[in-house]
Each structure stands twice: as C-alpha cells, then as structure tokens.
Design a protein around this ligand. Sequence first.
Ligand SMILES: C[S@@+](CC[C@H](N)C(=O)[O-])C[C@H]1O[C@@H](n2cnc3c(N)ncnc32)[C@H](O)[C@@H]1O
Length: 329
Amino acid sequence: MSETELNVSLLRKLILHFYKGNLNFFLMPKDIETMDWSWQQAFLDATVNSKLIQEFPISSKFASLFLKKIIQTLEPNQEVHDDFYTQLCKSMKDLNKDGFSYRHYVIGNDINNIITIKETRNLVVNGTTGLKTWEAALMLSDWALCNQDKFENKTVLELGSGVGFTGITIGKLCNLKSLILTDCHDEVLKTISENISINFPHCKQETNKDITFFKAEDKSLGVMQLDWNAIKDLPNSIVPDILIGADIVYDPSILKPLSNVIQTFCARNKDLEVYIASVIRNEETFNGFLKTLDELNLDHENVELSKSVYIEWDESINKCLLKIKAKLK
Ligand SMILES: C[S@@+](CC[C@H](N)C(=O)[O-])C[C@H]1O[C@@H](n2cnc3c(N)ncnc32)[C@H](O)[C@@H]1O
C-alpha cells in the first residue's frame, strides 16, 4: 500500500470512528507518521469543523475523549493542529451541560449517508425512555433496509417511536408512500418533529387535528400522539399496511394495551403485517407478550436476524424480531 493510500484509508477509518461514537482505535507508529498537518486538517474539516457537526454538535463527553486520545497520540511525534486544542477546550467547557446532543448514524459506512438524531444519552429522562435511540431501533432499521421491497409504496405506522430513528431512517431510505411516527409522551413527540425537520430539511409542514405532516416530494412523514391506553381516540381513517415498533415490549403493565392496539389495526386491515423488534431483557415479560397476543387471536413467528448490514447493532444480545398477523379464521 502506498503512503497516500494509507493516509486516506486511515482518515476514513478515524472519521467513521468519530461519527460512530467509537473510541476503540489503536494507531501504529507508521500510521502516526502519516498524520501530518494536512492529514489533521482533512480530519478536522470532515469532523469537528464540518458544517454538520457545527450545526448539530455531538456529545461533549465523547468529543473531549476522542480529541484527547488523538492529541495524546500525536503530541510525541507530530506538530498538533491548533484546532484540536481549540475544539477540545470547547467540548470540555460544555462537559457539565447535561441533556441533548446529536448523534450521526452512518448508514452502510457511507459518510455521505447520515441520519442525524437529537437525543440524550440517559436511559430515562423526564419520566420516559423515549429520548434516546435503543438497540432494537438499530436492528429493526437495519432489517428494513435489507428488505426494502416490503416497504415499496406502503403506508407504515410506528408505535412508540421514541426520538424517531427507525421511522426517519425507513422513511428516508425506503420507497414508501407514508409513515406515521407515534408516541404518548409530549417531549418525545416534539423531539421526533425536530428530528424529521433535520433529516428532511426541505419538507413542508402541515398540521391537521390529529397529525402533523412533513411532506417531502414523493412521500410524507407524520407525527401523531398515540397512547396505547387510549385507543378509543385512534382516528378511524388510519389504516396502515405495515405496523412497526422497536423496544416497546418491556413493561408488563403495557402488554395488554399494546396488544390491543395491534389487534385494532389488524381488524382494520386483514393483510396488515406487524414487525416488533425487541431486546429480551426479561424472558417472563417477553413470554407474557406472546401469551397476550395468542389470547387476542394474533399469530406470531420469528424473523431471522443474523448480522448488521447497513447499521451496526450489537449482535451478541438476546434479541427477537417478531412478525405478527391476525390468526386465519
Ligand atoms: C424503550 S423506548 C423505545 C423508543 C424507540 N422505539 C427506540 O427503540 O429507540 C419505549 C417507547 O415507548 C413509548 N411508550 C411507552 N408507553 C407507551 C404508551 N402507553 N403509549 C404509547 N407509547 C408508549 C415511550 O414513550 C418510548 O418512546
């Protein structure tokens, strides 16, 4: 490999680590030799100095750890670009600001194909688990991108969307007709709308009584409040072809209301396909969900999930993608 090639491949590798929030890299002395001033400039331009990161900053904690690691690696061997120190000071100053930052999910390792999501790093904020992206959301989105033909020209509704990673990714990258993201929590719904606006900057926003629509050229994304405990409020006009949900089977008290919602949509469309992705943390809760589905005359089967393809997710976890359908009478 020539030195120029090494330089570019190292640049690509470290840029991907930065966007993926991954500190797990090791630099060999021969790598560090190629990280001269112009290499550093190119790295800074593609990351902390880029328009995307300036407008939508990543977590200060991760940024400071990443920059510190690069500076410490470079210092003994290279003159370090001033901007590394400037950016490190900036992120350290913001370190105690808790709350939201932006994550940039790289799709298919293509740095030009990024979904940006405003979210927190905390598991529960303001009484909801919905303000961060969970592992099942990554799994379900990856599976959808591998099975795009299923979504072709379809109307899709997502239950318990959280900050909206799954709905936005499928909505942006699959050729569907429309997708409605739903949740019960006001702050979550507000964050979904912000995230749609970030990822569809040219869409037109229209609000009717129940749904806020974001209309892009050939498709529309909607945001709607849907509380599984209040399905009587569900407008009759909503009849999706596909229902999806990620990490929504976790609380024994919502298994029945959640299953009722699924059953209601199945009754509206006998061909409805339902895909629910879960990380199984508690077998009893998960089996309770399967039992409730059965009691409501809903069939389920496991869809095979093997490896990450477009979006990295943790393959080692206990997981399940269920396909649910109304039982044939
Ligand atoms: C663990 S989070 C998963 C969020 C997102 N799907 C993901 O995987 O990143 C569970 C989501 O379900 C929503 N949720 C919980 N109970 C609900 C209910 N009764 N009705 C509607 N949504 C609910 C929460 O607000 C939260 O956004």
